[in-house]
Design a protein around this ligand. Structure first.
Ligand code: SAM
Length: 271
């Protein structure tokens, strides 16, 4: 983690500033501890990645998905390549969403970065600036970390939840999320957080599978194994976007056999 990143990090619980101690590393912090003097919590930095959650503290769907993505991370890159074949392949399926970002060499945050499968497409854009990625799964982040190290891309990673982002308000020039929100513990909090950390006038782009596909996934035995039969709201979350947002737009994406299998929800934070 770059030392300059500390300037826009905050406690995910109370949003107070954090102080760094016990650090190791010169230009970047490789190991260390972030401390919130307001709520007296501390967060470890391991291998340059700040850990803002402890998996044992997670509840509900977040607990389940953090665990399942830890093992799924081993095959996730291959899985997405195969899953996107019906929609014209991975490049096309991802660019359908990424082309909506307005990259202006500023800071971009990918909420739920996973193993970093959007990064090759982000880094081929001349407008890409500093990239920051957060995910709830340590397994996904470990894959992502080795991917960015191999490619030499300047990406900073954080272990945390979309519902409590460890960043100060108005920190990012673009916010992106693909593929997780349908099954977040709280879509509402996640959208509020993406809006909070985005700078005024910046664009927020959120995409996931369609409600029909999400319902099918939900019925796969084992997919929701710890949900104990509770219904999960798989509706597309456009109603959770506050009316104060500008240029709100929803499009069908990932079309195959005459049907859209995903949605892309985009809007701009007002100035
Ligand atoms: C289908 S993957 C998408 C990964 C990546 N965005 C992509 O386009 O390939 C969903 C990701 O959401 C993450 N995730 C699930 N719940 C989350 C939460 N509450 N907060 C942050 N990330 C979460 C999972 O760990 C997983 O990496």
């Amino acid at each position: 983690m770059k030392r300059s990143t500390l300037e826009f990090l905050c406690c995910p619980g109370c949003q107070a500033a954090l102080s760094l101690s016990n650090e190791f590393g010169e230009k970047a912090v490789y190991r260390g501890e972030l401390y919130c003097s307001h709520c007296e919590r501390s967060f470890l930095i391991k291998n340059g990645v700040a850990h803002f959650i402890h998996p044992r503290e997670l509840e509900g769907l977040n607990r389940q998905f953090a665990r399942s993505y830890n093992w799924f991370s081993h095959v996730y890159a291959l899985f997405t390549k195969v899953a996107f074949l019906p929609f014209g392949g991975e490049r096309r399926a991802r660019k359908e969403i990424l082309n909506r970002l307005e990259l202006n060499s500023g800071r971009i945050l990918e909420v739920s970065i996973g193993s970093g499968e959007n990064l090759p497409y982000l880094f081929e854009s001349p407008g890409v600036g500093e990239v920051y990625g957060l995910d709830i799964s340590a397994g996904q982040l470990a894959r992502c970390n080795s991917f960015i190290t191999k490619r030499g891309w300047p990406v900073e990673l954080f272990l945390g939840t979309a519902e409590a982002l460890p960043f100060k308000s108005d920190s990012f020039d673009s916010v992106l999320h693909i593929g997780g929100i349908n099954f977040f513990s709280s879509k509402k909090k996640a959208i509020e957080e993406m809006i909070r950390v985005a700078r005024p006038k910046s664009k927020i782009v959120i995409a996931d599978e369609s409600e029909r596909l999400a319902k099918l996934l939900y019925r796969i035995p084992g997919f929701m194994h710890s949900n104990k039969g509770n219904e999960v709201d798989t509706t597309m979350p456009s109603q959770l976007v506050p009316e104060t947002m500008e240029e709100i737009r929803v499009d069908g994406i990932w079309k195959a056999h005459g049907q859209y299998h995903g949605y892309c929800l985009e809007f701009r934070k007002p100035s």
